[in-house]
Design a binder for this molecule. Structure first.
Ligand code: NAP
Ligand code: MG
Length: 502
């Protein structure tokens, strides 16, 4: 496929063989191909409490910005403690009077309806997700929205079979749960949180991230259209203070948090001594491990997908590459070649591979960590690419010559930045991969099945992908070791975290 690093126009060579660096393309620009579906945005989004959209008690609103061009998309209601309290009271009432008593087979019908309505409005949701968060439209269209619908379908299927969640035991819902989610997969995280909680018979108060509330509130429209009893799902918007009010309220029997390890620790400290259940899905610093017998071209695609997918705004991003010494030079050369044809730019363009960074603050964080990498002596490579003049963007970046003491090898960057280390033996690979405070995911690339099995038992990571990366399925539990958190989302294990054994 002929491609060109964004914005650079070149004339095809007419005579002789192309120079080696041009074999991959670097030949033609593509015409812009923006997605044009109407995201049906409202000018103002209210709180969703007790089945209705209501103004915040304080009368305050904040702006949601499109990170691709810094334009304001909508006003979002700012919920304070009183609003959060109203949401929890509505949830408690719904649990006591309707949802908690409803047979699972009836609850399933609502979940199926939500999944189908989401499918009906898939394009609209994909465009809204891309405009609010900055991720490429091909990801929101092909991954986020279908996967969110898949989670509702999957858990709808469980709702009348809950006796099989804990064979031999009887189970009961927890009651009301509080949930706070981050900005990297705004709609998908709503689905991960809501679907299992609702299937199990719980009622929910959920807070999306300040920069990406729109698709959660559009999902509230679907929840209303699906006829879910009022108060079963309540969505309150705001920043960290609203999140703290959701996590700290006395009503919920359980809180579920996805976000940074730093905020996760604050929440855990504040809830220590209470009898609330908790699940924490926190940060990561995954190693993608390439052995010399791996199919290298395939592995390079996996590395690219692992770190540049969604601009590296992925908790399980393959942000460290551990490459076997005999093939290190070849892998790095192939990687650089592949990076030259990544398209960075307008997230709404169907050809864009790397979109916008979610916020100005996140861009500043990525820039600071990349500067530390250069300062600490690692060797940086960025392909030539022209970034749009307006909006927040960061070019795909790799660092070679990285050692374990470098900040870029230890800290979560949460951007399109890869740190490359080498290893000589499988033992060294395991030791380096596990030498981190995190343990969310890892990737292993090798031709040997036995090596995959050995590595996956020795790697301290919740998910180990073999000869692939960043693959998700609602049936498969996801969660961390160590400072990446505890509890699982997805599969039977995910449901166990939303019930009590009686
Ligand atoms: P964050 O700063 O921890 O924020 C996560 C959520 O918590 C947001 O809704 C945030 O509100 C809210 N919040 C902030 N302070 C709070 C407090 N004191 N009490 C309660 N809630 C509070 O994380 P982020 O920067 O949005 O997201 C990136 C992080 O999420 C990364 O570390 C990533 O690895 C992690 N993540 C983990 C998983 C997983 O499954 N393990 C999945 C996705 C992301 P505002 O943002 O509105 O201020
Ligand atoms: Mg936004």
């Amino acid at each position: 496929m002929p491609t060109l690093a964004a914005g650079k126009k070149q004339t095809p060579r007419r005579q002789g063989r192309p120079a080696p660096e041009l074999i991959f393309g670097d030949l033609w620009t593509y015409d812009p191909a923006p997605e044009t579906a109407d995201p049906k945005l409202k000018k103002r989004y209210e709180l969703f409490i007790n089945g209705r959209f209501v103004a915040p008690k304080s009368g305050k609103y904040f702006s949601s910005i499109n990170p691709a061009n810094e334009q304001k998309l909508a006003e979002i209601a700012l919920a304070d403690r009183a609003d959060v309290d109203a949401a929890y009271r509505a949830a408690k009432k719904a649990y006591d009077t309707t949802w908690g008593k409803m047979p699972g087979a009836e609850r399933a019908k609502y979940l199926f309806r939500i999944a189908r309505l989401l499918q009906d409005r898939a394009r609209e949701f994909a465009v809204a997700e891309t405009m609010d968060g900055g991720k490429p439209i091909k990801e929101s269209r092909d991954f986020d929205v279908p996967m969110a619908a898949a989670h509702f379908f999957y858990h709808a299927g469980w709702a009348d079979k809950l006796d099989y969640v804990a064979p031999g035991r009887r189970i009961a819902p927890l009651g009301v749960v509080g949930q706070v989610i981050p900005w990297n997969f705004p709609l998908l995280m709503c689905a991960w949180k809501l679907a299992p909680a609702l299937a199990m018979g719980n009622c929910v108060v959920l807070k999306p991230a300040e920069t990406t509330s729109i698709t959660a509130l559009k999902l509230a429209e679907i929840i209303q259209d699906a006829g879910l009893p009022p108060g079963v799902v309540n969505i309150v918007t705001g920043a960290g203070e609203t999140g703290a009010a959701v996590m700290g309220h006395p009503i919920p029997a359980k809180v579920a948090f996805t976000g940074s390890t730093e905020v996760g620790k604050i929440i855990m400290r504040s809830l220590a001594g209470t009898d609330k259940k908790m699940t924490m899905e926190l940060g990561g610093k995954a190693a993608n491990i390439i052995f010399d017998d791996a199919p290298l071209d395939q592995a390079v695609e996996g590395i690219i997908n692992g770190i540049f997918f969604n601009q590296g705004h992925v908790c399980c991003a393959g942000s460290r590459l551990l490459v076997h010494e005999p093939v290190a030079d070849r892998v790095i050369a192939k990687l650089k070649q592949r990076m030259k044809v990544l398209r960075v730019g307008d997230p709404l363009d169907k050809n864009t591979d790397v979109g916008a960074i979610n916020s100005k603050e996140q861009l500043a964080r990525i820039t600071a960590l990349v500067k530390s990498g250069v300062k600490e002596g690692a060797e940086m490579f960025q392909p030539a690419c022209t970034l749009p003049a307006k909006g927040w963007y960061f070019p795909p970046t790799i660092f070679s010559g990285v050692s374990m003491s470098h900040r870029i090898a230890r800290e979560e960057i949460f951007g399109p930045v890869l740190s490359i280390l080498t290893f000589r033996t499988p033992e060294e690979a395991v030791e380096k991969a596990n030498n981190t405070a995190y343990g969310l995911s890892a990737g292993v690339w090798t031709d040997k099945g036995s090596r995959i099995l050995k590595m996956s038992t020795e790697l301290k990571a919740g998910v180990v992908w073999a000869n692939t990366y960043n693959k998700f399925d609602p049936t498969s539990p996801f969660g961390g070791y160590k400072e990446s958190g505890f509890g699982r989302e997805g599969g039977r294990q995910g449901l166990l975290d939303y019930c009590r054994l009686v």
